[in-house]
Design a protein around this ligand. Structure first.
Ligand code: NDP
Ligand SMILES: O=C(O)C1=N[C@H](C(=O)O)C[C@H](O)C1
Length: 252
């Protein structure tokens, strides 16, 4: 017996990622796109359409409200929107206690190369005195630093702490505000915004006499789609909160 297609809704459907996601869901033989909404005013149509999974590519200011709405209406969530910190993840975990059958997957970056690059950076972190991140994105990006860079920085900081490494040597005594980038858990993150870019990140590690650069480039938003479809297929069978694609792809 063939299974019925998964009923999928998309929030942020008119946006860069939302539009690409709608197209990929329509093309997937095992999914039906049952609702495609811009924002808050049409959220109810996700429930009316009996969505099983909702994918969110909206804005950091509203994504939590969207997740809450979905859980209240018994819908699993794949959240690709940026802006998640530990407080937000803890809040989702609290909400899920009342809905133990539902799943939420929060993914900072759906591109396989980005997932691998973050893993390689985490592995390399303990061998180098210093590390900084440069992330480069299109000029329309809502936030800085990127969610990918923030997640990478947090993972690197945790790996450094576990290895007993303190702050890297940094002799800057005079600097203009911002010149050294933002500090995420003590890791410097520099954000570049330019028309022509899509989504790019370099992790540069340095120690005596050598550097290692781990770079990933998304040149087209199709790079995110295999990961998005994997998360949609997985979430109904993964109750609770899942952070990142690593477990789904076996990159652990
Ligand atoms: N996890 C990943 O791999 C990726 C994540 N992202 C993230 O996805 C998010 C969206 O990116 P992108 O598609 O480029 O952004 P866009 O600006 O192109 O699209 C955002 C969409 O969200 C809607 N939206 C914006 N603000 C609100 C609001 N206040 N309330 C309701 N809806 C709102 C917009 O609606 P309207 O059209 O009506 O303005 C639009 O449809 C970002 O956080 C980005 O960082 C992006 C790429 C990959
Ligand atoms: O806004 C984007 O474009 C992207 N956002 C995500 C992020 O903030 O990390 C993922 C990717 O970098 C593209």
């Amino acid at each position: 017996m063939t299974e019925a297609p998964l009923r999928v809704g998309v929030i942020g459907a008119r946006g860069r990622m939302g539009a690409q996601t709608c197209q990929s869901v329509v093309e997937a033989p095992d999914m039906d796109l049952v609702a495609a909404v811009g924002g808050r005013e049409w959220l109810f149509s996700l429930a009316d359409a009996d969505s099983q999974v909702v994918v969110d590519f909206s804005h950091p200011d509203v994504v939590m409200e969207h997740i809450r709405f979905c859980l209240d209406n018994n819908i699993n969530v794949v959240a690709g929107t940026s802006g998640f910190d530990q407080d937000r993840l803890d809040t989702i975990t609290d909400w899920l206690q009342a809905k133990p059958e539902l799943g939420v997957i929060v993914v900072p970056n759906f591109a396989i190369g980005a997932v691998l690059a973050a893993r390689f950076a985490r592995e390399a972190a303990r061998f180098f005195e210093s590390v900084e991140i440069i992330e480069l994105h299109h000029a329309g990006k809502a936030d800085a630093p990127s969610g990918t860079a923030a997640a990478t920085a947090r993972a690197i900081a945790a790996a450094r702490e576990q290895a007993g490494l303190g702050p890297g040597p940094d002799a800057t005594t005079i600097e203009q505000p911002g010149a050294r980038g933002a500090s995420v858990d003590g890791i410097r993150v520099h954000s570049v915004r330019l028309p022509g870019l899509v989504a790019h990140q370099e992790v540069i590690l340095g120690t005596a006499g050598e550097t290692l650069t781990i770079r990933h480039d998304s040149l087209d938003r199709v790079s995110f789609m295999p990961g998005v479809l994997t998360a949609i297929r997985s979430v109904p069978g993964r109750p609770g909160l899942t952070l990142g694609l690593e477990q789904l792809l076996g990159v652990v």
